[in-house]
Design a protein around this ligand. Structure first.
Ligand code: ADP
Ligand code: ZN
Length: 768
């Protein structure tokens, strides 16, 4: 592992004149410490490099700078000097070129980056890269060109008469421009209902002049003083408690524990209002930001304007504007996916993690981290409160509440007196779906079909939940048994009938559905096995031809606009039945939806994952929570082949706390997280021979100590992914032994061969 001392960048041939002001290196000054700065680059490097500061530049830690690197230029951040560094002679150092005109990364932010790097064992520069993810945002936006009437003409005194004929279109432009602030070309053209060429023509003729206009502030200021909805006494009490903690401005973690529909969002809006009132920024992490149209509407209703958004669907221009606005404090509330945690928010006063239990908060590639966990770290380093909201908190969070590390604020009831839905188990072993004429295998039990009929007859809406995209998860040849498999992964190809394709859900590999079996050549023998949401939709069109149904899955929606559109259609009751994957589970509020059918409740239960039961419970509970959110009571039917399973029993009986208690006991007795620690190695390579050799070397060097267990190497369940062979190691340590130190010792002296990749996943959530 690299040590923590600064050094000179590679190829550091001194170039005395590379400073902005032409300043040379302080070779004469020798060890004049002030002129030396450590600069961390957003590259996979652990250590900052030493540079010289030009005498006229104040370069305090945190300053964002441009530096020479090899033959090119790079951005970097002046880092804190760590003690005991080996000194590179000043004559060998290059000079910082310039400082960007953005606020420096604050000390707490640098500590946060250090912390995340140490914890995840990712190179520090790779973590910095997440904070400096939009280099273009470091430069001020180019001023816009505006058009206005020259003063002499506007006041009507003097100037020669127009050199061009004043057509009605031109007259309209001049009328718009008279006595008005300068506007952009497109803005002025739009206002006058002409094409931009008309405006250009008037400028060429001297009737309009150009001027620079500053960019408008990208985000309106949310108004914390606007009245929110009238809170129920329980909500008001919860909100008051959160407000007090935000006003105190010290670190606390608070679980906002409330059943689905209890108004958690409205309540944490009060905490945000309090932060805004104190002149602080707020950050809200949502697991599925692209699908949160309803959330955004409610935010706008409460605060009078939209928040800044941060997620992967933003355009380059939006990312730039948002990063800058976050850094300059113009964006007061940022709502984002997990990566929003790395935005340089300088005045952060509260963090909210909504649906804190959601697996989407785990980042699985690059720097591997859990956004909820490091959000707590960021709040701690900053000394601000963090609110974790959920109807089904994670076991880890519940344990933290029980041990007193986290506070808890509770909302026991649904808002407006709506009752919790009744949850019934449908035993698939008894009420087995039959074969239907003209359809083949059905996936809906008679009881579920009956409930759907009754729902539609009552003019209400239903939802079918099946966590499987596409038409069928497996296609197999009835003649020879051959299964269609991804050439790059250990995975079946999933048929997507709407798109007319087979797709690998791991690497995205696409293929056409073959006419004959690729193995035995038989024709017409390929059969779809098992249901996906598309197949369910086909069944519905036969069973309920009059029902207006729609499929909602990540691949059937083309962008956030499509999701918002579909959600609106459900709200407007233009759709009777929504068929969806887990994206229908998230936060939507459909007042007329009274029936939820879970087609295969057992789907997530197996696979040897220590959180499988917990996650299934959380997901199904959340899906169930879509039913009966207004006056009419809701009903949930779970089709399961294992009605006796503790997850099914807990869902049917509403026994969340009892379920978690039993799960907690199991984890504690086996020393599983959070009672013990875990780390996974995923070792991969396109060729298996060097991979196996390296795995043997790793196994040979595996630590042997009290409280430390190493399992592996074992082929990963996804033994092949994107053409790479994969092996896994699992390291388990006692709670008082941080795995990072063990791993450092383990890897010391081991050389990772070329082409072999070693990913370290501290506290893994995926075991594939
Ligand atoms: P949760 O996040 O706990 O599931 P929400 O915050 O989404 O609950 O609230 C559920 C629904 O009830 C939303 O439509 C919300 O606007 C509404 N609601 C909650 N509290 C109030 C209130 N005090 N006044 C009016 N509407 C409310
Ligand atoms: Zn694949």
């Amino acid at each position: 592992m690299p040590d923590d001392r600064a050094s000179a960048p590679p190829e550091s041939t001194p170039k005395p004149d590379s400073g902005v002001n032409g300043a040379g290196p302080d070779s004469g000054a020798g060890e004049a410490g002030a002129a030396r700065v450590a600069v961390l680059l957003p590259l996979p490097l652990e250590r900052p490099y030493d540079y010289l500061a030009p005498p006229d530049l104040v370069l305090a830690p945190g300053a964002v700078v441009r530096v020479p690197l090899g033959g090119r230029e790079a951005i970097g951040v002046v880092w804190d000097r760590e003690p005991g560094g080996r000194r590179v002679p000043a004559a060998k150092l290059k000079t910082v070129l310039a400082r960007f005109d953005v606020p420096p990364l604050s000390g707490d932010q640098r500590r946060f980056i250090d912390w995340v790097a140490n914890y995840t064992m990712a190179p520090r520069g790779a973590v910095l890269r997440m904070a400096l993810s939009v280099p273009a945002a470091l430069d001020p936006p180019r001023p816009q060109i505006g058009y206005r009437m020259p003063e002499a003409r506007a006041t009507g005194d003097g100037g020669p008469g127009p050199a061009i004929r004043l057509t009605p279109a031109r007259q309209r432009v001049l009328a718009e421009a008279k006595d008005a602030a300068p506007r952009t070309l497109s803005g002025l053209a739009r206002a006058a209902a002409v094409s931009p060429s008309v405006v250009r023509g008037l400028h060429a003729a001297g009737l309009l002049e150009e001027t620079e206009i500053g960019a408008p502030p990208p985000f309106a200021r949310p108004d914390h003083a606007r009245a929110g909805p009238r809170l129920s006494p329980e909500q008001a009490a919860a909100a008051a408690e959160l407000r007090v903690r935000v006003a105190a401005g010290a670190y606390t973690s608070i679980l906002l524990d409330g059943v689905t529909g209890s108004g958690k969002t409205e309540v944490y809006f009060e905490a945000i209002a309090q932060a805004l009132e104190r002149g602080r920024q707020a950050l809200v992490l949502l697991p599925e930001i692209a699908l949160s149209a309803q959330w955004l509407e409610r935010f706008a209703a409460r605060f009078g304007s939209a928040p800044a958004l941060w997620h992967s669907d933003l355009t380059a221009a939006q990312r730039r504007a948002t990063w800058r606005a976050a850094a300059l404090g113009q964006a007061r509330v940022v709502v984002g996916a997990r990566s929003a945690l790395f935005l340089p928010l300088r005045e952060l006063g509260v963090i909210v993690v909504d649906e804190e239990h959601d697996p989407a908060f785990k980042q699985e590639d690059g720097v591997i981290y859990h956004a909820r966990d490091i959000a707590v770290v960021r709040a701690h380093l900053l000394g601000i409160p963090i609110i974790l909201a959920s109807a089904t908190p994670s076991l880890e969070t519940m344990v933290n509440v029980e041990t007193g590390r986290y506070a808890k604020v509770h909302l026991p009831d649904r808002h407006g007196g709506a009752a919790m839905p009744s949850v019934e188990l449908v035993d698939l072993r008894r009420d087995r779906p039959v074969k239907l004429p003209g359809l083949g295998q059905s996936w809906l039990s008679e009881r579920l079909r009956g409930a759907m009929t009754a729902t539609f007859e009552a003019g209400e809406q239903a939802m079918l939940f099946l966590n499987r995209r596409g038409y069928a998860p497996l296609t197999l040849c009835r003649a020879c048994g051959h299964r269609l498999q991804c050439p790059n992964c250990t995975a079946w190809l999933v048929e997507h009938r709407l798109a007319g394709k087979l797709q690998c859900h791991h690497c995205g590999h696409l293929a056409a559905l073959p006419q004959s079996c690729p193995s035995c050549g038989a024709e017409g023998t390929l059969a779809a096995c098992g249901p996906g949401v598309e197949r369910l939709a086909e069944e519905i069109s036969i069973l309920f031809p009059k029902a207006r149904s729609a499929v909602m899955a990540s691949d059937t929606l083309t962008g956030p606009g499509a999701a918002a559109h579909l959600i609106q259609a459900v709200q407007a009751r233009e759709i009777d039945l929504l068929i969806g994957t887990q994206i229908v589970a998230k936060g939507h509020h459909f007042p007329h939806l009274t029936l939820v059918g879970v087609v295969d409740a057992d789907l997530g239960l197996y696979g040897g994952d220590l959180r499988a039961a917990e996650r299934t419970f959380q997901l199904l509970h959340q899906v169930a929570g879509r039913a009966g959110r207004a006056e009419r009571p809701g009903r949930v039917l779970l089709q399961t082949a294992e009605p006796g399973h503790p997850v099914m029993q807990a869902l049917a009986a509403g026994g969340r706390d009892e379920f978690l208690r039993v799960e907690t006991e199991v984890r504690a007795s086996h020393g599983l997280p959070p009672f013990g620690r875990m780390a996974a190695f995923i070792v991969s390579c396109p060729d298996s021979a060097p991979l196996d050799r390296f795995c043997r070397a790793l196994a040979g060097a595996a630590p042997r100590a009290e409280g430390v267990v190493v399992l592996g190497p074992a082929p990963a369940p996804l033994a092949m992914l994107r053409g790479r062979h994969r092996r896994r190691f699992l390291l388990k340590t006692r709670r008082d032994i941080p795995p990072q130190g063990v791993i450092k010792m383990w890897l010391e002296g081991l050389k990772i061969p070329p082409k072999v990749r070693l990913q370290i996943d501290i506290n893994p959530y995926s075991f594939l």
